[in-house]
Write a protein that binds this ligand. Structure first.
Ligand code: ADP
Ligand code: MG
Length: 307
């Protein structure tokens, strides 16, 4: 078992950041933690990387309990957190070599590992560039290369693409996918971006410290029946009541927008418009997205009506 998290609750004073959280990872794959700001992603990743001790429950990484054997865990994981940590006055290569001692590496082994890691992240040609001159994307890749020096079994990345432009973000993801292929490293990566989440093998959706859904992106999308109709109404509450009275479709009112699941959305749209004269400001349909899955999993305060 690469990772076992069982019944972990974590509080900051009276605030519960993780609530009876559990997850398991057996395969070497890319697992995404998807959730909005404040959902508990960083707290969880700090627990996995032994930066925070569990207050209750159990975290086991590569067979080692993080509370009892933090050193053994640290030897087996690579960690890259949101804040930039390269030495700006050193080159990329020097940044990597300077970390050798930390991992107990030196001499030829260190140089060889550094070369491999830089090649894998596509930054070997850029190794002589100073930290201060690197773009955000290059910095990130250099940090990941550095986190791979000790050949960890698991890589932990907390919102690694924050601040990257779309091109750098895409390059980052290609590098991560290649790592999984070539190095078969297990990767846990947090994000609040749906497009990024699509690139993970498995997703865990987090909301307010709870795991609200888990599965591959396509499995999760398949939990939505048919297509989704997005309807903006003059008076959303009234429109919801009309929908509930006249139709038997799952419907949610979230942030003033109505979301209706329908097997035959193209046929439903004219019927919905007809049913509420003067109400509809805009209406459209789309294939289910992860955003729809998230809304469905978290809209406990909105109303779902079934036949
Ligand atoms: P995420 O990474 O998904 O944004 P966090 O794990 O950072 O979520 O935060 C989860 C919740 O815990 C949030 O409500 C946040 O404000 C709170 N929190 C996080 N770190 C601390 C801390 N050091 N002290 C107090 N509250 C914290
Ligand atoms: Mg965070």
């Amino acid at each position: 078992m690469l990772l076992a998290v069982e019944n972990v609750t974590h509080r900051y004073g009276s605030l519960i950041a993780l609530d009876g959280f559990a997850m398991h990872l057996n395969r070497r794959e890319i697992v995404g933690l998807l959730g909005p700001n404040g959902s508990g992603k960083s707290t969880l990743l700090r627990l996995l990387s032994t930066q925070t001790r569990p207050q209750s429950g159990r975290v086991e990484v590569c067979g080692f309990d993080t509370a009892k054997h933090p050193q053994a865990v640290r030897a087996r994981i690579g960690v890259v957190f949101q804040t930039q940590t390269l030495d700006k006055l050193l080159t990329i290569e020097e940044n990597l070599l300077a970390c050798g001692a930390f991992y107990g590496l030196s001499g030829r082994t260190l140089h060889e590992r550094a070369r491999q890691a830089m090649q894998q992240l596509g930054i070997w040609d850029r190794r002589a560039e100073l930290g201060k001159n690197l773009s955000g994307g290059l910095q990130r890749r250099a940090e990941i290369a550095r986190a791979l020096l000790h050949e960890p079994q698991m890589l932990i990345l907390d919102e690694p693409t924050t601040g990257l432009d779309p091109v750098a973000r895409d390059e980052f993801w290609k590098a991560i996918e290649e790592l999984r292929e070539k190095r078969s490293t297990a990767i846990i990566v947090s994000t609040h971006l749906y497009e990024e989440a699509e690139r993970c093998d498995t997703l865990i959706l987090l909301d307010k410290g709870h795991r609200v859904a888990e599965g591959s992106p396509s499995e999760l999308r398949a939990t939505i029946g048919g297509q989704v109709i997005e309807l903006k109404a003059r008076n959303p509450q009234e429109a919801l009541e009309i929908l509930q009275a006249k139709f038997t479709l799952p419907v949610r009112l979230v942030d003033g927008v109505l979301w209706v699941e329908s097997e035959q959305a193209h046929l439903m749209i004219p019927r919905l418009v007809d049913a509420m004269p003067g109400q509809v400001l805009s209406i459209g349909l789309h294939q289910p997205t992860l955003a729809d899955v998230f809304r469905k999993a978290t809209s406990s305060t909105s109303i779902a009506v079934h036949a």
